[in-house]
Write a new protein. Structure first.
Length: 96
């Protein structure tokens, strides 16, 4: 059985976030922060290369195994890295 143990996020704005367990997104959350792990950008991405923050996630896995022939068991660890870019814009409104 393989399970994610942690995800380390480099948010591209200098923030590093480590999540032990995430919560799937639901539209019911609206603008609220994640109940288990999240990050709030405080600056737009306009000054970044290409106008976007480079975000990298390193997922750490724990893998339990059992040999069918000898019955031996063990645990392995593995990591996977994925990157993307996100554009953070600003919206302002004025109530009159």
């Amino acid at each position: 059985m393989a399970q994610v143990s942690t995800v380390h996020w480099d948010m591209g704005d200098g923030a590093m976030v480590t999540c032990a367990q995430g919560t799937p997104y639901s539209t019911a959350y609206g603008n609220r922060m994640s109940p288990s792990c999240g990050h709030k950008y405080t600056h737009v991405s306009a000054g970044q290369p290409g106008g976007m923050y480079a975000v990298t996630a390193t997922t750490n896995w724990t893998i339990a195994w059992t040999s069918r022939t000898t019955g031996e068991t063990g645990t392995l660890t593995a990591s996977a890295v994925s990157s993307t870019e996100v554009e953070i814009l600003q919206l302002q409104s004025v109530n009159t």
